[in-house]
Design a protein around this ligand. Sequence first.
Ligand code: CMP
Length: 147
Amino acid sequence: EKEKTLAMIKPDGIAGNYTDIIKKTILDSGFSITQEMLFELNEETVRSFYAEHATKSFFPDLVQYMSSGPVLIMVLEKVNAIADWRALIGPTDANNAKITQPNSIRAMCGLDLQRNCVHGSDSPQSADREIMFFFNKASSGFVSRND
Ligand code: CMP
């Protein structure tokens, strides 16, 4: 059964010019990109997207980082898309990814635990919520649409 997940190239991935290689990796891995949008997230939008992390000590830094530059948001589709995209991006900490999963996307382009270049929904519930968050409602973080 086909499934959708939300993928994001974070500010460090865009700034590091990794967009094309990441998109090629996505397509070579059998996903289709069904929607795509470039956003510049403001702090309020980041706080809302990452609401589950609001009480964490790293939250203020996360909000600043995620609003520091444009992000590319994509909806990916294939059989088992949610788990397969998480596997392809590798562990959260890019330093750890370089050791344990050197062919993962985070090993290739991530910098550290925070600046890990990509995001992926972690469950079907998260995927639904995150796709809805960016594509089924107007957002104050909206910049432009490329699909
Ligand atoms: P992601 O899993 O996409 O969503 C939550 C983000 O918070 C995570 O990627 C990292 O960018 C960041 N993050 C998670 N844990 C930490 C941490 N312990 N310290 C700093 N940043 C973190």
